[in-house]
Design a protein around this ligand. Sequence first.
Ligand SMILES: [Zn+2]
Length: 72
Amino acid sequence: MPIDPVCGMEVSEETEFKVEYGEKTYYFCSPHCKAQFEANPEKYVKEEGMKHEHGMHSHTHKHGRGHGCCCH
Ligand SMILES: [Zn+2]
């Protein structure tokens, strides 16, 4: 199952919310997440590589969310 890079949720490959970026296709749980990705794709593509260095505030909330999603 692909992972929504915006909220970290698993999504179906059959979703209509997907974006081709670089050599990969990214899948999203909702138009909201897709729009966020399209607004700033580099941010999410980098996060997928588990690298986050934003200086002052570098922790991520993704891992603790369980089945949650940013859009609900
Ligand atoms: Zn999402």
